[in-house]
Ligand binder design. Structure first.
Ligand code: ACO
Length: 400
């Protein structure tokens, strides 16, 4: 037997696979998905069990190290993360250089990239101590950067992290607390956010994770790889869909158009009209995360006492689409992003922060996948082939 690259070189044959629909670029031990059965497991544990019993940091540990942590491992990990939440004061000036209208995803990606400049000499991808330290640094600092991007966009002062609080509560306070005022974290919000973060922690070789692995395969450090992953996530076909769903629902409501009429326009493939939050490359029956998010949306809105007509609109849209042959034949179901925005909105996050929340959720997965790729002796620099279909050789005018 010969490997694929030798086969390609020797025979001149290559597979053309737009969107890598049928190409595995790696082996992985981290996440298992069965799209037909709607199964998602992290390191073998069903997502439903983790969502019910675990915490964001516990799942992060599981993804990074392969096993659930013991109580003392988890408490040490939590402590280490609390100790690294502060950003260098100089890095805060970075936010002043950006307009308050900057999209928080751009701010997040740029700030993560800038973060690496504070750790020159400590970012060697093959030095386990550096990798460990930067894993903790990123887990600790990304939520702080995200909250500052939010504060910047609403013109409020940045708060220092309150390390007496849990990871999620600290994040909520950084976003919604105001200087010198008491901020009491709402436990309903805290529980719901923890759940959403867990559901987003990993999803094997999606576009942003593949980006993180690809950048990592060049020998670039963790900060560079995660910064690129954040940008890949920002697109509306990927993580940006949660923002796009809310924009879509808002447009339907404001236009006064009926949901049925909107669905007709989707089916007619009108330019730029898609049912955002529907469809998935892998899940062809249902997205197990979407089921959990939908249950949470009902609970959170009820417990927070929020009545949001957009939730009713989303439910109507789902009901109509699921009964329509167009969506049934194409096996299009709500994905994880369909209901998350409604919850984030009820919590008080501006629409443009939604994908940032996804990025915080996905960070442990990106870090685990980066570590797996960099630590795998079989990893090669990612370098897809192409089929050249351009002009044959020709001469520059006047040369013959
Ligand atoms: N609305 C309407 N039609 C759709 C949708 C949708 N959301 N998604 C797919 N289709 C249709 C396509 O037009 C195509 O129809 P055709 O066969 O008549 O040409 C068919 O379903 C297959 O679609 P593809 O684009 O080939 O499916 P693919 O697997 O490449 O795309 C994707 C998956 C990108 C998620 C797509 O379903 C989509 O754009 N969804 C909306 C955006 C979204 O919600 N993204 C979030 C994904 S989850 C995540 O990243 C966390």
């Amino acid at each position: 037997s010969i490997d694929v690259s030798t086969f390609t070189r020797q025979t001149g044959h290559t597979a053309l696979d737009y969107g890598f629909v049928n190409t595995s670029a790696t082996k992985s031990e981290i996440t298992y998905i069965d799209g037909d059965e709607g199964i998602l497991r992290y390191r073998g544990y069903p997502i439903e069990q983790l969502a019910k019993n675990s915490s964001y940091l516990e799942v992060a540990w599981l993804l990074l190290y392969g096993e659930l942590p013991t109580a003392s491992e988890l408490s040490d990990f939590d402590d280490r993360i609390r100790r690294h939440t502060l950003l260098h004061e100089d890095l805060k000036h970075f936010f002043s250089a950006l307009p308050h209208t900057a999209h928080p995803m751009s701010v997040l990606s740029s700030a993560v990239s800038a973060l690496s400049t504070y750790y020159e000499g400590q970012t060697d991808p093959h030095n386990p101590e550096h990798v460990e330290l930067n894993t903790v640094r990123m887990l600790a600092k990304l939520p702080v950067i995200a909250a500052y991007a939010h504060k910047k966009s609403v013109g409020q002062a940045f708060l220092y992290p309150d390390n007496s609080l849990s990871f999620v509560d600290n994040f909520l306070k950084l976003n919604f607390g105001v200087h010198s005022e008491q901020y009491d974290v709402n436990p309903v919000m805290s529980k719901a956010l923890e759940l959403l973060l867990i559901l987003h922690e990993d999803h094997e070789q999606n576009a942003s994770t593949s980006t993180v692995r690809l950048v990592g395969s060049t020998g670039a450090n963790q900060f560079a790889s995660i910064s690129a992953g954040i940008q890949a996530l920002s697109g509306p076909l990927h993580g940006g869909a949660n923002e796009a769903v809310l924009t879509m629902l808002g447009r339907i409501r404001d236009s006064g158009e009926s949901v049925q009429r909107f669905v007709e326009r989707v089916k007619n493939k009108e330019e730029g009209v898609k049912l955002m939050g529907f469809g998935h490359r892998v899940y062809k029956n249902y997205d197990p995360r979407a089921k959990l998010v939908k249950e949470s949306a009902d609970e959170v809105l009820r417990e927070l006492g929020v009545k949001d007509p957009l939730l009713d609109l989303a439910k109507e849209l789902e009901e109509i689409a699921l009964a329509d042959d167009y969506f049934v034949e194409r096996r299009l179901y709500p994905n994880v992003d369909f209901y998350t925005g409604v919850i984030y909105k009820a919590m008080g996050f501006p629409t443009r922060m939604f994908t940032v929340l996804f990025a915080i959720g996905r960070l442990p997965g990106w870090l685990a996948q980066w570590r797996e790729a960099v630590g795998d002796p079989q990893t090669k620099i990612g370098r897809p082939q192409q089929l050249y279909i351009g002009s044959p050789e020709r001469n520059y005018p006047g040369t013959v």
